[in-house]
Design a binder for this molecule. Structure first.
Ligand code: UT7
Length: 328
């Protein structure tokens, strides 16, 4: 590895003001607060107001992260946005954000790895810092899933929410920073979570719109089984790479897709509740935004402290998975 470690030196989160509770959903579709709460742990989610888009939430989270790190937008050399919901199909959401921030020295690109996107992007940015190529990188996990779910499909629309989390990564000379990473994919599972049309396989047409093929389709039970298995495997490999054990962990940040997934992993790994933060109750599944939001909230509360050892593991569309071990 290179001469520099790379650490998160600032973070931020942003949400739409509009809250949709399970009781609100009861009035819109055939569902119940009890089903949603029992099966997922979600109580409410934030839904972006009309007229706003990905760049609006990204900018707010990014400005907080930049302020935390004590740098200005023009000092950024890399903007990496993990999202499956950019402002436009073309170009990257990172370009919208670069313009909005006025960060004109920065290279800008998106990374699409579904709900694992933030972990993938953080790992990519870390490589640029470690080699000494860049000193100031911004990594954003942002998702406006409310714009790509079918609001008449109760099996998906109750699950997701909108939000953004951002971090600044910089070289550090102390013990902070990334200790190990583990990324993976199994494209054979792509139809478990995908949008059938709008790409080259099925370009957008009046027919694809009529058939509602531009919305997210998901096989929930298959992803559930995959998630529980892959998180444990990823954690075992990470700890082996870092020559650490479960007892060394101060935190395990998990992708927030379902409270039952989180709890079954937490119990398997025998970790106490306070080490495994939960925000799905308040935000639903925010895909790539879930982990940076949780990091920001734990850091802001003062519970996550410098020197703490954390793991963060995500899984999602692709299928993809990714995990990191990091000294905060
Ligand atoms: O972010 C990464 C990707 N996503 C995930 O990780 C999601 C992983 N999967 C899950 O979280 C769960 O599989 C779900 C929450 C999506 C579904 O829970 P489940 O316990 O696997 O339920 P199910 O899909 O097997 O459905 C059970 C029943 C069905 O009724 P029948 O066929 O048993 O009569 C559904 O029609 O629940 C019904 N149902 C609902 N009922 C009320 C499905 N959605 C709803 C709803 N309200 N919103």
């Amino acid at each position: 590895m290179g001469h520099n470690g790379a650490a998160i030196t600032g973070c931020g989160a942003a949400f739409p003001g509009r809250r949709i509770t399970n009781h609100d959903l009861e009035k819109m579709i055939d569902t119940s607060n009890k089903w949603i709460l029992d099966r997922t742990g979600i109580r409410e989610r934030r839904i972006l107001e009309e007229g706003l888009s990905t760049v609006d939430l990204s900018e707010r989270a990014a400005r907080d992260a930049l302020e935390g790190a004590g740098i200005k937008p023009h000092q950024l050399e890399l903007i990496l946005v993990a999202t499956v919901t950019p402002d436009y199909p073309l170009p990257a959401a990172a370009c919208s954000l670069q313009a909005r921030l006025g960060a004109f020295r920065a290279a800008a690109m998106d990374l699409a790895a579904g709900c694992s996107g933030f972990i993938y992007a953080l790992t990519v940015a870390d490589q640029f810092i470690r080699t000494g190529a860049y000193r100031n990188a911004l990594v954003v996990g942002v998702e406006i899933l409310s714009r790509i779910v079918d609001w008449t499909d109760r099996s998906t629309c109750v699950l997701f929410g909108d939000g953004a989390g951002a971090v600044v990564i910089q070289p550090v000379r102390d013990k902070r920073g990334l200790v190990a990473f583990e990324l993976g994919a199994d494209g054979r599972g792509l139809e478990y979570l995908y949008i059938p049309a709008g790409g080259t396989a099925r370009p957008a047409s009046a027919e694809t719109v009529r058939q509602q093929l531009h919305y997210v389709k998901m096989n929930g039970p298959e992803i559930f089984k995959f998630a529980v298995r892959i998180v444990q495997e990823t954690m075992d490999r990470l700890l082996e790479k870092g020559k650490l054990s479960y007892a060394d962990l101060d935190y395990l940040f998990l992708h927030q897709a379902n409270l039952r997934i989180i709890e079954s992993i937490r119990m398997k790994l025998q970790l106490p509740r306070e080490k495994v933060p939960v925000n799905i109750d308040r935000y639903g599944n925010m895909s790539s935004a879930a982990i940076p939001v949780a990091l920001t909230e734990e850091a802001a509360s003062g519970r996550l402290k410098e020197g703490d050892l954390l793991a963060a593991v995500a899984f999602g569309a692709g299928l993809t998975w990714g995990g990191i071990l990091m000294r905060w």
